[in-house]
Ligand binder design. Structure first.
Ligand code: PHE
Length: 397
Protein backbone atom coordinates (compact mmCIF):
# COMPACT_ATOMS: atom_id res chain seq x y z
CA UNK A 1 0.00 0.00 0.00
CA UNK A 2 1.24 3.47 -0.73
CA UNK A 3 1.05 6.49 1.54
CA UNK A 4 -1.67 9.13 1.19
CA UNK A 5 0.92 11.57 -0.11
CA UNK A 6 2.00 9.13 -2.77
CA UNK A 7 -1.62 8.66 -3.73
CA UNK A 8 -2.23 12.38 -4.00
CA UNK A 9 0.72 12.51 -6.30
CA UNK A 10 -0.64 9.62 -8.33
CA UNK A 11 -4.02 11.28 -8.46
CA UNK A 12 -2.75 14.64 -9.67
CA UNK A 13 -0.54 12.83 -12.12
CA UNK A 14 -3.59 10.98 -13.36
CA UNK A 15 -5.48 14.19 -13.92
CA UNK A 16 -2.44 15.85 -15.46
CA UNK A 17 -2.01 13.04 -17.95
CA UNK A 18 -5.62 13.39 -18.97
CA UNK A 19 -5.27 17.11 -19.63
CA UNK A 20 -2.06 16.59 -21.55
CA UNK A 21 -3.66 13.83 -23.57
CA UNK A 22 -0.88 11.44 -22.62
CA UNK A 23 -1.46 7.79 -22.05
CA UNK A 24 -3.40 7.40 -18.81
CA UNK A 25 -1.80 5.61 -15.94
CA UNK A 26 -3.30 2.55 -14.37
CA UNK A 27 -2.74 0.66 -11.18
CA UNK A 28 0.48 -1.22 -10.57
CA UNK A 29 1.11 -2.58 -14.01
CA UNK A 30 3.23 -5.44 -15.14
CA UNK A 31 5.43 -4.57 -18.08
CA UNK A 32 3.51 -6.52 -20.65
CA UNK A 33 2.68 -5.73 -24.26
CA UNK A 34 -0.24 -3.34 -24.57
CA UNK A 35 -3.26 -4.11 -26.65
CA UNK A 36 -3.37 -1.39 -29.25
CA UNK A 37 -6.43 -2.61 -31.13
CA UNK A 38 -9.02 0.09 -31.49
CA UNK A 39 -12.68 0.10 -32.35
CA UNK A 40 -13.71 -2.92 -30.31
CA UNK A 41 -13.59 -4.34 -26.86
CA UNK A 42 -10.35 -5.98 -25.89
CA UNK A 43 -10.28 -9.59 -26.93
CA UNK A 44 -6.56 -10.35 -26.87
CA UNK A 45 -5.60 -13.01 -24.38
CA UNK A 46 -2.30 -11.58 -23.22
CA UNK A 47 -1.40 -8.49 -21.25
CA UNK A 48 -3.47 -6.70 -18.68
CA UNK A 49 -7.25 -6.63 -18.77
CA UNK A 50 -8.20 -3.01 -19.26
CA UNK A 51 -11.02 -1.61 -17.18
CA UNK A 52 -12.32 1.88 -17.93
CA UNK A 53 -13.50 4.26 -15.23
CA UNK A 54 -15.40 7.51 -15.78
CA UNK A 55 -15.85 9.91 -12.87
CA UNK A 56 -16.12 13.52 -11.75
CA UNK A 57 -12.53 13.94 -10.53
CA UNK A 58 -12.89 17.74 -10.69
CA UNK A 59 -15.80 20.20 -10.46
CA UNK A 60 -18.51 20.71 -7.87
CA UNK A 61 -18.96 16.94 -7.44
CA UNK A 62 -15.26 16.13 -7.31
CA UNK A 63 -15.47 14.08 -4.12
CA UNK A 64 -17.87 11.69 -5.89
CA UNK A 65 -15.22 10.91 -8.50
CA UNK A 66 -12.15 10.84 -6.30
CA UNK A 67 -13.77 8.84 -3.48
CA UNK A 68 -15.11 6.29 -5.97
CA UNK A 69 -11.75 6.12 -7.70
CA UNK A 70 -9.96 5.32 -4.45
CA UNK A 71 -12.41 2.50 -3.72
CA UNK A 72 -11.95 1.04 -7.20
CA UNK A 73 -8.19 1.49 -6.98
CA UNK A 74 -7.97 -0.36 -3.66
CA UNK A 75 -10.06 -3.26 -4.98
CA UNK A 76 -7.93 -3.58 -8.10
CA UNK A 77 -4.68 -3.47 -6.14
CA UNK A 78 -5.97 -6.26 -3.89
CA UNK A 79 -7.20 -8.35 -6.82
CA UNK A 80 -3.89 -7.96 -8.64
CA UNK A 81 -1.91 -8.77 -5.49
CA UNK A 82 -3.93 -11.98 -5.25
CA UNK A 83 -3.00 -12.99 -8.82
CA UNK A 84 -5.43 -11.01 -10.97
CA UNK A 85 -8.21 -12.50 -13.10
CA UNK A 86 -7.59 -15.55 -15.29
CA UNK A 87 -3.92 -15.04 -14.44
CA UNK A 88 -3.88 -11.51 -15.87
CA UNK A 89 -3.53 -8.19 -14.10
CA UNK A 90 -6.30 -5.61 -14.16
CA UNK A 91 -5.32 -2.22 -15.53
CA UNK A 92 -7.53 0.70 -14.61
CA UNK A 93 -7.82 3.59 -17.07
CA UNK A 94 -9.61 6.51 -15.38
CA UNK A 95 -11.02 9.53 -17.17
CA UNK A 96 -12.32 12.74 -15.63
CA UNK A 97 -15.67 14.02 -16.96
CA UNK A 98 -15.56 17.20 -14.81
CA UNK A 99 -19.13 16.46 -13.72
CA UNK A 100 -20.54 17.00 -17.21
CA UNK A 101 -22.76 14.48 -19.04
CA UNK A 102 -21.28 15.41 -22.47
CA UNK A 103 -17.77 14.76 -21.15
CA UNK A 104 -18.90 11.45 -19.66
CA UNK A 105 -20.21 10.40 -23.09
CA UNK A 106 -16.94 11.42 -24.76
CA UNK A 107 -14.91 9.59 -22.11
CA UNK A 108 -16.80 6.32 -22.44
CA UNK A 109 -16.52 6.46 -26.22
CA UNK A 110 -12.77 7.01 -25.95
CA UNK A 111 -12.32 4.18 -23.46
CA UNK A 112 -14.17 1.75 -25.71
CA UNK A 113 -12.98 2.78 -29.17
CA UNK A 114 -9.43 3.92 -28.42
CA UNK A 115 -8.37 2.12 -25.25
CA UNK A 116 -10.28 -1.06 -26.01
CA UNK A 117 -11.48 -1.60 -22.45
CA UNK A 118 -13.20 -4.85 -21.50
CA UNK A 119 -15.68 -3.22 -19.10
CA UNK A 120 -16.66 0.16 -17.70
CA UNK A 121 -17.07 1.29 -14.09
CA UNK A 122 -19.05 4.51 -13.51
CA UNK A 123 -20.54 7.00 -13.27
CA UNK A 124 -21.78 8.09 -9.86
CA UNK A 125 -24.38 10.64 -10.97
CA UNK A 126 -27.41 9.21 -12.74
CA UNK A 127 -27.47 12.00 -15.36
CA UNK A 128 -23.94 11.07 -16.39
CA UNK A 129 -24.55 7.32 -16.31
CA UNK A 130 -27.57 7.99 -18.52
CA UNK A 131 -25.28 9.73 -21.02
CA UNK A 132 -22.83 6.80 -20.97
CA UNK A 133 -25.11 3.77 -20.91
CA UNK A 134 -26.45 3.91 -24.50
CA UNK A 135 -22.85 4.06 -25.76
CA UNK A 136 -21.70 1.07 -23.70
CA UNK A 137 -24.83 -0.77 -24.78
CA UNK A 138 -24.29 -0.05 -28.50
CA UNK A 139 -20.71 -1.35 -28.28
CA UNK A 140 -21.83 -4.26 -26.06
CA UNK A 141 -19.29 -3.44 -23.37
CA UNK A 142 -20.53 -4.30 -19.86
CA UNK A 143 -20.95 -1.24 -17.63
CA UNK A 144 -21.47 -1.27 -13.87
CA UNK A 145 -22.42 1.95 -12.13
CA UNK A 146 -21.41 1.81 -8.48
CA UNK A 147 -23.98 4.29 -7.24
CA UNK A 148 -26.37 5.74 -9.85
CA UNK A 149 -29.79 5.16 -8.35
CA UNK A 150 -32.23 6.47 -10.98
CA UNK A 151 -34.24 3.52 -12.38
CA UNK A 152 -33.74 4.63 -16.01
CA UNK A 153 -30.00 3.93 -15.93
CA UNK A 154 -30.17 0.14 -16.16
CA UNK A 155 -33.21 0.36 -18.46
CA UNK A 156 -30.80 1.52 -21.19
CA UNK A 157 -29.94 -2.07 -22.06
CA UNK A 158 -28.88 -5.54 -21.00
CA UNK A 159 -25.17 -4.64 -20.65
CA UNK A 160 -25.89 -2.00 -17.99
CA UNK A 161 -25.80 -2.94 -14.29
CA UNK A 162 -25.65 -1.32 -10.89
CA UNK A 163 -24.54 -2.59 -7.46
CA UNK A 164 -26.76 -0.17 -5.50
CA UNK A 165 -30.46 0.16 -4.71
CA UNK A 166 -32.75 2.37 -6.79
CA UNK A 167 -34.56 5.61 -5.96
CA UNK A 168 -38.13 4.30 -5.61
CA UNK A 169 -36.74 2.44 -2.59
CA UNK A 170 -34.57 5.33 -1.38
CA UNK A 171 -37.56 7.72 -1.59
CA UNK A 172 -39.67 5.31 0.43
CA UNK A 173 -36.92 5.01 3.05
CA UNK A 174 -36.87 8.76 3.72
CA UNK A 175 -40.66 9.12 3.54
CA UNK A 176 -41.09 6.38 6.13
CA UNK A 177 -38.31 7.81 8.27
CA UNK A 178 -40.08 11.20 8.25
CA UNK A 179 -43.48 9.71 9.07
CA UNK A 180 -42.52 6.99 11.52
CA UNK A 181 -39.32 8.18 13.22
CA UNK A 182 -39.47 11.97 13.01
CA UNK A 183 -43.28 11.78 13.20
CA UNK A 184 -43.79 14.73 10.89
CA UNK A 185 -46.58 15.37 8.40
CA UNK A 186 -45.68 18.65 6.64
CA UNK A 187 -42.67 18.61 4.35
CA UNK A 188 -41.50 21.01 1.63
CA UNK A 189 -39.42 19.81 -1.33
CA UNK A 190 -36.55 21.68 -2.99
CA UNK A 191 -35.33 19.70 -6.01
CA UNK A 192 -32.62 20.18 -8.64
CA UNK A 193 -34.48 20.15 -11.96
CA UNK A 194 -31.25 19.74 -13.95
CA UNK A 195 -30.56 16.43 -12.24
CA UNK A 196 -32.44 13.22 -13.17
CA UNK A 197 -31.62 11.71 -9.80
CA UNK A 198 -32.99 14.68 -7.86
CA UNK A 199 -36.23 14.93 -9.84
CA UNK A 200 -36.86 11.20 -9.56
CA UNK A 201 -36.08 10.96 -5.87
CA UNK A 202 -38.29 13.98 -5.06
CA UNK A 203 -41.19 12.29 -6.86
CA UNK A 204 -40.70 8.91 -5.17
CA UNK A 205 -40.43 10.56 -1.77
CA UNK A 206 -43.60 12.62 -2.32
CA UNK A 207 -45.57 9.59 -3.48
CA UNK A 208 -44.86 7.50 -0.38
CA UNK A 209 -45.06 10.45 2.01
CA UNK A 210 -48.54 11.36 0.77
CA UNK A 211 -49.69 7.76 0.79
CA UNK A 212 -48.65 7.58 4.45
CA UNK A 213 -50.78 10.61 5.35
CA UNK A 214 -48.15 13.34 4.91
CA UNK A 215 -48.56 16.57 3.01
CA UNK A 216 -46.10 18.24 0.60
CA UNK A 217 -46.75 21.84 1.55
CA UNK A 218 -44.53 23.33 -1.17
CA UNK A 219 -42.53 21.96 -4.12
CA UNK A 220 -39.74 24.28 -5.33
CA UNK A 221 -36.78 23.80 -7.63
CA UNK A 222 -33.30 25.05 -8.51
CA UNK A 223 -30.67 24.13 -11.09
CA UNK A 224 -27.24 22.60 -10.35
CA UNK A 225 -24.65 25.36 -10.19
CA UNK A 226 -27.04 27.91 -8.62
CA UNK A 227 -25.70 29.74 -5.59
CA UNK A 228 -28.70 31.79 -4.44
CA UNK A 229 -31.70 29.90 -3.12
CA UNK A 230 -33.27 32.68 -1.09
CA UNK A 231 -36.40 33.19 -3.16
CA UNK A 232 -37.33 29.48 -3.09
CA UNK A 233 -36.59 29.31 0.63
CA UNK A 234 -38.61 32.46 1.31
CA UNK A 235 -41.64 30.83 -0.36
CA UNK A 236 -41.03 27.63 1.59
CA UNK A 237 -40.86 29.60 4.86
CA UNK A 238 -44.43 30.85 4.41
CA UNK A 239 -45.67 27.24 4.71
CA UNK A 240 -43.79 26.45 7.95
CA UNK A 241 -42.82 22.89 6.98
CA UNK A 242 -41.51 20.52 9.66
CA UNK A 243 -38.68 19.46 7.34
CA UNK A 244 -37.40 20.30 3.85
CA UNK A 245 -36.54 17.42 1.53
CA UNK A 246 -33.57 18.45 -0.64
CA UNK A 247 -32.51 15.50 -2.80
CA UNK A 248 -29.54 17.25 -4.42
CA UNK A 249 -25.74 17.02 -4.37
CA UNK A 250 -23.60 18.23 -1.50
CA UNK A 251 -22.36 21.56 -2.85
CA UNK A 252 -25.81 23.07 -3.37
CA UNK A 253 -27.25 21.34 -0.30
CA UNK A 254 -24.55 22.91 1.90
CA UNK A 255 -25.41 26.37 0.55
CA UNK A 256 -29.15 25.76 0.86
CA UNK A 257 -28.71 24.82 4.53
CA UNK A 258 -26.83 28.05 5.22
CA UNK A 259 -29.35 30.24 3.45
CA UNK A 260 -32.28 28.48 5.14
CA UNK A 261 -30.81 29.30 8.56
CA UNK A 262 -30.10 32.89 7.50
CA UNK A 263 -33.80 33.19 6.72
CA UNK A 264 -34.68 31.86 10.15
CA UNK A 265 -35.88 28.43 8.99
CA UNK A 266 -35.15 25.96 11.80
CA UNK A 267 -36.67 22.81 10.28
CA UNK A 268 -34.15 20.04 9.58
CA UNK A 269 -33.27 19.21 5.99
CA UNK A 270 -33.56 15.69 4.66
CA UNK A 271 -31.94 14.20 1.59
CA UNK A 272 -30.55 11.15 -0.16
CA UNK A 273 -27.18 9.63 -0.97
CA UNK A 274 -26.18 12.74 -2.98
CA UNK A 275 -25.32 14.39 0.33
CA UNK A 276 -22.53 11.90 0.97
CA UNK A 277 -19.32 13.92 0.95
CA UNK A 278 -16.97 15.22 3.62
CA UNK A 279 -17.56 18.59 1.90
CA UNK A 280 -21.24 18.65 2.95
CA UNK A 281 -20.35 19.42 6.57
CA UNK A 282 -17.59 21.75 5.43
CA UNK A 283 -19.86 23.85 3.22
CA UNK A 284 -22.96 23.59 5.40
CA UNK A 285 -21.18 24.11 8.73
CA UNK A 286 -23.52 24.47 11.72
CA UNK A 287 -26.47 25.02 9.36
CA UNK A 288 -26.55 21.41 8.18
CA UNK A 289 -26.29 19.88 11.66
CA UNK A 290 -29.29 17.87 12.78
CA UNK A 291 -30.27 17.01 9.20
CA UNK A 292 -30.78 13.48 7.88
CA UNK A 293 -29.95 11.57 4.70
CA UNK A 294 -30.21 8.04 3.37
CA UNK A 295 -27.08 6.24 2.23
CA UNK A 296 -25.55 2.96 1.11
CA UNK A 297 -23.26 2.28 4.04
CA UNK A 298 -22.17 3.53 7.45
CA UNK A 299 -18.52 3.48 8.52
CA UNK A 300 -19.79 2.91 12.07
CA UNK A 301 -20.93 -0.61 11.13
CA UNK A 302 -18.85 -2.91 13.33
CA UNK A 303 -19.01 -6.00 11.13
CA UNK A 304 -15.49 -7.41 10.60
CA UNK A 305 -15.67 -7.16 6.76
CA UNK A 306 -16.46 -3.46 6.94
CA UNK A 307 -13.87 -2.70 9.59
CA UNK A 308 -11.17 -4.58 7.64
CA UNK A 309 -12.07 -2.59 4.53
CA UNK A 310 -11.94 0.68 6.49
CA UNK A 311 -8.54 -0.26 7.95
CA UNK A 312 -7.02 -1.05 4.55
CA UNK A 313 -8.55 2.05 3.01
CA UNK A 314 -7.19 4.32 5.74
CA UNK A 315 -3.77 2.76 5.33
CA UNK A 316 -3.84 3.57 1.62
CA UNK A 317 -5.52 6.99 1.47
CA UNK A 318 -5.39 8.35 5.03
CA UNK A 319 -9.14 8.89 5.42
CA UNK A 320 -12.19 6.89 6.45
CA UNK A 321 -13.97 5.76 3.26
CA UNK A 322 -17.28 7.43 2.50
CA UNK A 323 -20.17 5.60 0.84
CA UNK A 324 -18.83 6.36 -2.62
CA UNK A 325 -15.53 4.64 -1.89
CA UNK A 326 -17.39 1.63 -0.51
CA UNK A 327 -19.59 1.44 -3.62
CA UNK A 328 -16.59 1.80 -5.94
CA UNK A 329 -14.83 -0.98 -4.07
CA UNK A 330 -17.86 -3.25 -4.39
CA UNK A 331 -18.45 -2.45 -8.08
CA UNK A 332 -14.87 -3.35 -8.99
CA UNK A 333 -14.99 -6.56 -6.98
CA UNK A 334 -18.34 -7.62 -8.45
CA UNK A 335 -16.86 -7.09 -11.91
CA UNK A 336 -13.71 -9.06 -11.11
CA UNK A 337 -15.77 -11.84 -9.54
CA UNK A 338 -17.93 -12.05 -12.68
CA UNK A 339 -14.86 -12.07 -14.93
CA UNK A 340 -13.39 -14.88 -12.85
CA UNK A 341 -16.59 -16.94 -13.13
CA UNK A 342 -17.01 -16.20 -16.85
CA UNK A 343 -15.66 -19.00 -19.08
CA UNK A 344 -13.94 -16.36 -21.24
CA UNK A 345 -13.39 -12.61 -21.33
CA UNK A 346 -15.82 -12.29 -24.20
CA UNK A 347 -18.10 -9.30 -23.38
CA UNK A 348 -21.22 -11.46 -23.62
CA UNK A 349 -19.75 -14.01 -21.21
CA UNK A 350 -18.82 -11.26 -18.75
CA UNK A 351 -22.29 -9.73 -19.09
CA UNK A 352 -23.93 -13.08 -18.35
CA UNK A 353 -21.69 -13.62 -15.33
CA UNK A 354 -22.49 -10.18 -13.89
CA UNK A 355 -26.20 -10.89 -14.39
CA UNK A 356 -25.78 -14.15 -12.45
CA UNK A 357 -24.20 -12.44 -9.40
CA UNK A 358 -25.79 -13.85 -6.27
CA UNK A 359 -25.14 -13.12 -2.58
CA UNK A 360 -21.83 -11.41 -3.28
CA UNK A 361 -20.43 -10.25 0.08
CA UNK A 362 -19.93 -6.55 -0.51
CA UNK A 363 -18.95 -3.97 2.10
CA UNK A 364 -22.22 -2.22 1.27
CA UNK A 365 -24.23 -5.38 1.87
CA UNK A 366 -25.03 -8.60 0.07
CA UNK A 367 -25.29 -8.04 -3.66
CA UNK A 368 -27.66 -10.05 -5.82
CA UNK A 369 -28.35 -8.72 -9.31
CA UNK A 370 -32.06 -8.94 -10.11
CA UNK A 371 -33.73 -9.41 -13.51
CA UNK A 372 -33.64 -5.63 -14.09
CA UNK A 373 -29.86 -5.61 -13.45
CA UNK A 374 -30.26 -3.73 -10.17
CA UNK A 375 -29.12 -4.75 -6.70
CA UNK A 376 -31.70 -5.14 -3.98
CA UNK A 377 -30.14 -3.89 -0.75
CA UNK A 378 -30.84 -2.19 2.55
CA UNK A 379 -30.31 1.54 3.09
CA UNK A 380 -29.07 3.36 6.17
CA UNK A 381 -30.19 6.72 7.51
CA UNK A 382 -27.47 9.03 8.82
CA UNK A 383 -27.69 12.23 10.86
CA UNK A 384 -25.25 15.14 10.53
CA UNK A 385 -23.70 15.67 13.97
CA UNK A 386 -20.76 18.08 13.97
CA UNK A 387 -18.73 17.01 10.96
CA UNK A 388 -19.75 13.36 11.40
CA UNK A 389 -22.53 11.38 9.77
CA UNK A 390 -24.00 9.33 12.60
CA UNK A 391 -25.80 6.06 11.98
CA UNK A 392 -29.53 6.17 12.88
CA UNK A 393 -31.17 3.09 11.41
CA UNK A 394 -31.11 0.45 8.68
CA UNK A 395 -34.12 0.03 6.42
CA UNK A 396 -34.56 -3.27 4.58
CA UNK A 397 -36.08 -3.41 1.10
N1 PHE B 1 -27.34 8.21 -6.38
C1 PHE B 1 -26.84 9.44 -6.96
C2 PHE B 1 -27.34 9.53 -8.39
O1 PHE B 1 -27.85 8.60 -8.90
C3 PHE B 1 -25.35 9.51 -6.93
C4 PHE B 1 -24.68 9.36 -5.60
C5 PHE B 1 -24.56 8.11 -5.00
C6 PHE B 1 -24.17 10.43 -4.95
C7 PHE B 1 -23.97 7.95 -3.77
C8 PHE B 1 -23.55 10.28 -3.70
C9 PHE B 1 -23.49 9.05 -3.11
O2 PHE B 1 -27.22 10.54 -9.03
Amino acid sequence: MHSPVAFKFTNSLLIATLFLGLSPIGCKKKQVPQDTASGSAQTTSVGPIKIGEVGSMTGSEATFGTSTHNGIDLAIRQINAAGGVHGRMLELISLDDQGKPEEAATAVTKLITQNGVTAILGEVASSRSLAMAPIAQTHKVPMITPSSTNPKVTEQGDFIFRVCFIDPFQGTVMAKFALETLKIKKVAILRDIKNDYSVGLANYFAETFKKGGGEIVMDQSYGAGDIDFKSQLTSIRTKTPEAIFVPGYYTEVGLIARQARELGIKAPLMGGDGWDSPKLAEIGGKAIEGSYFSNHYSSEDQSPEIQTFIGKFKEAYGVVPDGLSAMGYDAARVLADAMTRAPSLDPQAIRDAIAATKDFAGVTGKITIDSNRNAVKAAVVLKVVGTQYKYQTTIQP
